[in-house]
Design a protein around this ligand. Structure first.
Ligand code: MRU
Length: 321
């Protein structure tokens, strides 16, 4: 299994996802500020992986004798949408003792728990996948995005091992192309049959009857089941409803924000215009071109057939308590 986060004697090693699939380069981080920047700059990304990384950021801060409040607030300001970030920081904050040893132990625990959560989500979700399934997914929700086999991709992996997966359609996921760069990299390594598709091909594939199951991850799930995920997920859910295809969200309960009643107030990260105006650092849009570049959208609960967590498979209307 790919392991993109490694903790080794007080140092955090991250596989730099900005350079995948071309280069497998590791960064070694020794200050919490470097950890914050790595999350912000998407060296590491994906909601559960961001949470695990932030916990290690706190472990580094404690070891260095830094002000823990400052480290907490700095890490919390790195990315706004994935609630796992805030969940992990809160879990560290709630510790009885804030010794370096206690924080390090908790961070290691958060990482190994996430690995187990992914495994369970994979098993529970695979039971929903029909035989000979042609599955469509978006973004990267695999080992690069978690500490384990992944969430949506964990379900695909588990269903593949069970012989249920005929084909995967992996949306390229504009503009950062996590699907084309990262999910394709993971699927190739696992030998799962797939094709990368332009995001805009999803609707016509569904219309042609070529998709049996749609599965995506989440960055934050409100108490009513409204789910924030990578921009473009909402379009997939609307299309799946139109063509009567199951649309499933997979996420650990660490992604559920029970304080948030609906998705209306989930903060949506707006990212740099250059993600849209440039390809491989070469400008393709005219100078002065105004850009709106939201990183996520919110799929209303009633468009989601099931939400799979490690605790079970939930259905609309959602009640996680
Ligand atoms: O901007 P990213 O790459 O961090 O966005 C990731 C996603 O939207 C994932 O679908 C989500 O975090 C779940 S990862 C298991």
């Amino acid at each position: 299994m790919i392991q993109a986060i490694r903790w080794d004697d007080g140092k955090l090693h991250l596989l730099d996802q900005r350079h995948l699939p071309h280069k497998e380069e590791w960064l070694t981080l020794t200050t919490w500020e470097e950890v914050r920047d790595a999350i912000r700059d998407m060296v590491v990304r994906g909601a559960p992986a961001i949470g695990v990384t932030a916990a290690y950021g706190m472990a580094i801060a404690a070891r260095s004798g830094d002000d823990l409040r400052q480290a907490h607030d700095g890490l919390a300001a790195s990315r706004p949408t994935a609630v796992n970030l805030f969940w992990a920081l809160e879990r560290i904050e709630q510790l009885e003792y804030h010794s370096p040893e206690a924080i390090e132990k908790e961070a290691i625990e958060i990482e190994s728990e996430d690995r187990a959560l992914c495994q369970r989500i994979g098993e529970l979700g695979a039971a929903l996948v029909p035989e000979h399934a042609r599955i469509l997914t978006i973004c990267n929700t695999g080992s690069l995005a978690t500490a384990g086999i992944g969430t949506a991709l964990g379900i695909i992996r588990t269903a593949h091992v069970q012989g249920k997966v005929q084909h995967v359609y992996s949306c390229e996921t504009r503009p950062r192309q996590q699907g084309l760069k990262l999910t394709a990299w993971e699927l190739l390594r696992d030998g799962i049959p797939f094709q990368s598709i332009p995001d805009s091909a999803a609707a016509s594939l569904m219309q042609a009857g070529n998709v049996d199951f749609v599965v995506a991850g989440a960055d934050r799930i409100a108490a009513n089941g409204d789910s924030a995920n990578k921009i473009g997920t909402l379009m997939l859910a609307i299309c799946a409803k139109r063509f009567d295809i199951p649309f499933v969200i997979a996420a650990p309960t660490t992604t559920i924000d029970s304080e948030m009643q609906t998705g209306a107030h989930i903060p949506i990260e707006e990212r740099d215009p250059s993600e849209l105006t440039e390809v491989d650092r070469r400008r393709i849009a005219p100078e002065g071109c105004p850009v709106f570049n939201p990183g996520f959208d919110v799929t209303p609960a009633d468009l989601i057939s099931n939400i799979v967590t490690e605790l079970g498979v939930f259905s609309y209307p959602y009640n996680f308590s």
